[in-house]
Design a protein around this ligand. Structure first.
Ligand code: DOR
Length: 435
């Protein structure tokens, strides 16, 4: 396997300090770091002025294959990922057919091996009656439960069905926590509202809190590993701050940190998602939760839909936004504005998700660890532009926003895959393993 020498980089250490020097990648791992390395190599990359970070691990994306490849597929989604500095992703089961059986999981893995340029892992989706599959399908990063309905048909909303899943098995359970009964009742109550801002009122904070409380109660009763996906409300942050067992983790997505109900006026149903965008006080609470550990890490919930699907009149408009190629520059821009540190970014976006899902040797730049890396331009800002997006749907809710920290190169398994705006041929991601 090829040898790559990265020269003169500003290398981010896990503690956020900077090491200036060279890094040698060989056989997919970081073989050596030193102020100056001379070695016979296949390629030398001059990284002068660039910041070298561990590749981002995005633990929640929807890449739409199989079934809706016109919006995204595992190839296009993974190319968008590496453009954004994401070298590993965990993909959700609400495809068509849904990933609820070993056969469907095998099919996704086969497709991914053929076309993914980033490393990949998949969730197995729960239904009320596939207990055997969710506990035994292999390899899976965890079980996904939609407690409230969202895009696709997956739903487990009856308490007895949920309890059976929590009571049987050991694998991580990741929940989309929104209370389906409350969503339905409020949809009826708000049926005369056709403005998209009603979306945040129908699926209100209490919808999220009720479901998170229920999942937490079952997790505590059975000491079952629980992960709460895309936490969105200040009430849930306060709950977890008071009462979060060691075996529970939670994530937040940049949309819930950086967008809120004020954005409906400008962006309309483009910013419609589940759980919905909330109020500014929720943004602030989510940031505070990240800082104090109530929330453990960041995912994107990359959920591409075409502009036509997004712009249909509410409630017929699709829920979800693309995000995998903007999360790192968004967060690095927040870092430059003083809202977080380089150590926190690495914890939230690299080694935090790796630790939670048992992905070994990824998420830190250390000798002997995997050479999944991204080199970013931290000193110059460039605007997000729909037309630059690699996602098939070619739009971003952050269109026009000036961001620092765009990746210039992304390296997967010691090989450059994203090279200043282009994808190099011949680089393949690998299946992730989970301990
Ligand atoms: O808004 C959303 N869109 N939330 C989800 O949970 C699913 C996602 C999608 O797949 O479109």
């Amino acid at each position: 396997m090829s040898k790559l020498l990265i020269r003169n980089a500003r290398v981010a250490r896990p503690d956020g300090s900077i090491f200036e020097g060279d890094l040698l990648c060989h056989q997919g791992v970081i073989e050596r770091m030193a102020p100056q390395i001379s070695a016979t190599v296949d390629e030398t990359l001059n990284a002068e002025g660039m910041l070298l970070l561990p590749g981002v691990i995005d633990p929640q994306v929807h890449f739409r294959e199989p079934g809706k490849e016109y919006k995204e597929d595992l190839g296009s989604g993974s190319r968008a990922a590496v453009k954004g500095g994401v070298t590993s992703f965990l993909e959700m089961p609400n495809t068509i057919p849904p990933t609820t059986t070993q056969a469907a999981l095998d099919d996704k893995l086969k497709r991914a091996a053929e076309k993914c340029v980033a490393n990949y892992g998949f969730f197995i989706g729960a239904t009320p009656d596939n207990l055997d599959a969710i506990n035994h399908a292999h390899p899976a990063c965890g079980i996904k439960i939609f407690m409230g309905a969202s895009t696709g048909d997956l739903l487990v909303d009856k308490a007895e069905d949920l309890e059976r899943i929590f009571a049987n098995g050991e694998r991580l359970i990741a929940v989309h926590a929104e209370d389906e009964a409350r969503i339905r009742a409020r949809r009826e109550q708000f049926k005369n509202r056709h403005d998209v801002a009603a979306h945040s009122e129908i699926r209100d904070n209490l919808c999220a809190l009720l479901a998170t409380e229920l999942a937490l109660a079952f997790s505590k009763k059975y000491r079952r590993r629980l992960h709460i996906l895309h936490l969105s409300t200040h009430e849930e942050v306060e709950l977890l701050r008071r009462d979060k067992p060691a075996w529970v983790t939670a994530e937040v997505i940049p949309n819930h940190l950086l967008l809120n109900v004020d954005d409906y006026a400008r962006l309309g149903s483009l910013v419609q998602m589940n759980p919905p965008i909330r109020r500014p006080e929720d943004n602030a609470a989510l940031w505070a939760g990240l800082h104090d550990g109530a929330i453990d890490f960041i995912a994107t919930d990359h959920a591409p839909h075409t502009l036509e699907e997004k712009r249909a009149p509410y409630p017929g408009s699709a829920a979800g936004m693309p995000g995998v190629e903007t999360s790192l520059p968004l967060m690095l821009t927040e870092m430059k504005a003083g809202r977080c540190t380089l150590a926190e970014i690495q914890k939230w976006m690299c080694h935090g998700p790796a630790a939670a899902y048992g992905i070994r040797n990824k998420g830190k730049i250390l000798e002997g660890w995997d050479a999944d890396l991204t080199l970013v331009d931290i000193d110059r800002a460039r605007a997000v532009r729909d037309e630059d997006m690699f996602t098939k749907v070619r739009w971003s809710p952050f269109h026009g926003r000036e961001l620092y920290g765009w990746p210039l190169y992304t390296i997967v398994g010691g090989q450059i895959v994203y090279d200043r705006g282009k994808i190099r041929a011949g680089v393949h991601g690998r299946p992730l393993t989970f301990t």
